[in-house]
Design a protein. Structure first.
Length: 457
């Protein structure tokens, strides 16, 4: 039986799952991994009066960098720039090895952001870990939680980048259906309630709740609450991959995250959340962060200490310098502007789809992210519905021959199968090229229809 411990960081005590609860959620690899002999002691260097002979840090006297400055746009004033300088202690910190979980000042800033965005306060049994992008953290989370051959729950279609992670572990990837309202909690419930007796149930569910890559769909509040309830009933951890959280541009108020919603649950601790700064600051900086149970992030810490040691100190210092100068209000202004930018890109793309693909494709309008997920109507014979067709040949061969590149939907299906769906990104393409691309896809669909039906559409 699970025992719950209390903390008093909110007006009402927040109940959290105890440390020992997570033992069964760690992979054999994570359980066998020992703390790094050096990295586990680095924090002791800060003790007053200690002379450290511990780490093999290079002497900063040998570093050729003496200062670093960069310009950034001022939030809310795209025509204004601010100049930020790194020198002295700031630059020295960025040029040297740092703590495995991340730069202390940046961690503190992110704790504050999670309280603003998700209502989560410290001392609730969760912590933050900075990674080299959220992909790095997701990979490590899978490594420390999943054993080879384990069953895993994964929304489908899903982000193509996680499929090889589970595939390389020979996992049984159990696909949970999605629709225009996000992950289908009814599908998840059916899977779990009909689970074979004697077969271990999945320990994790992977989901992208905002502007899902590839479908562009956002999970509704009702669906999120039902998934959280199922996590409690069937004892699994939700891997909440949310790189498009700040790219929401829907008209309705933004739904709360799983990480925030679990405050309404009897206890917290069943959500491991992944955030990314790639979509709102810079993809090349490679900064992401995970928020969740201390026991799980401690396992990721130990993995990092034996793989890449830490996320780049310099990029962390640069990011903190920028975020610290903006403050939370400046960051909020910036991400609202970013979301509005992508809303306009979406509208341009959809107008071109309506112009060229009406009657040839079906889609739902995304309210977050940077993707359209659309179904090619490859058979114009309405009486034929047993075969919706396959987008792969149309997109990889016919569309590419016409000079447009997109992704056939099959690459986003964990267990691979034919599908008439296509993913198209609207983040970079200008209006004229969008128009040309949709016209070329139209030609490819018409060509495919001729092949299927023997007559022109």
């Amino acid at each position: 039986m699970i025992q719950i411990s209390d903390t008093n960081s909110h007006d009402a005590p927040v109940k959290r799952l105890p440390e020992e609860y997570y033992t069964n959620f760690l992979s054999n690899l994570a359980k066998e991994r020992k703390p790094g002999a050096i990295r586990s002691l680095l924090h002791l260097e800060q003790a007053p009066g200690v002379i450290s002979l511990l780490a093999g840090k290079p002497n900063p006297f040998t570093f050729p960098f003496t200062s670093l400055s960069f310009n950034a746009r001022s939030p809310g004033h795209s025509d204004e720039e601010i100049t930020l300088n790194l020198s002295g202690a700031e630059l020295a910190q960025g040029l040297q090895y740092g703590d495995t979980p991340g730069l202390g000042q940046l961690l503190d800033w992110l704790y504050g952001l999670q309280e603003i965005d998700h209502g989560r306060k410290r001392n609730e049994g969760w912590t933050i870990f900075i990674g080299t992008g959220s992909q790095d953290l997701i990979y490590k989370a899978v490594s420390v939680m999943v054993n080879p051959g384990d069953p895993v729950l994964i929304e489908s279609p899903t982000y193509a980048g996680v499929i090889p992670m589970f595939h390389s572990l020979h996992c049984d990837q159990i696909e949970v259906e999605t629709d225009s309202r996000g992950i289908r909690s009814s599908s998840l419930r059916t899977i779990l309630e009909q689970w074979p007796d004697g077969k271990p149930k999945p320990k994790v569910l992977y989901t992208v709740p905002y502007g899902c890559n590839p479908t562009g769909m956002t999970a509704t509040l009702e669906r999120r609450k039902e998934v959280l309830q199922l996590a409690r009933e069937h004892n699994f951890i939700i891997l909440e991959d949310d790189p498009y959280f700040h790219l929401y541009y829907g008209k309705a108020p933004r739904y709360p995250s799983y990480f925030g919603l679990e405050l309404e649950e009897p206890e917290v601790g069943r959500v491991l959340r992944f955030d990314s700064l790639s979509k709102v600051l810079s993809a090349g900086l490679r900064i992401g962060f995970a928020s969740g149970p201390e026991a799980l992030l401690r396992a990721i810490d130990q993995h990092t200490a034996t793989s890449n040691l830490q996320t780049s100190s310099l990029t962390q210092v640069i990011v903190f310098k920028l975020l610290g100068s903006w403050g939370y209000e400046g960051f909020n202004i910036h991400v609202r502007n970013v979301a509005a930018f992508y809303a306009k890109k979406r509208d341009v793309f959809e107008r071109a789809m309506q112009k060229y693909l009406t009657g040839l494709a079906e889609w739902s309008t995304p309210e977050a992210g940077m993707f359209f997920w659309f179904k090619l109507l490859l058979n114009d014979n309405k009486a034929v519905n047993e075969d919706d067709g396959d987008s792969e040949v149309v997109i990889k061969t016919k569309a590419f021959k016409n000079g447009v590149l997109a992704l056939p939907g099959t690459v986003f299906l964990p267990n691979e199968r034919r599908t008439p769906y296509v993913r198209a990104s609207f983040s970079l393409t200008g209006e004229e090229d969008v128009d040309r691309a949709m016209q070329r896809i139209r030609d490819a669909i018409l060509d495919a229809r001729v092949s299927v039906n023997g007559i022109s559409a």
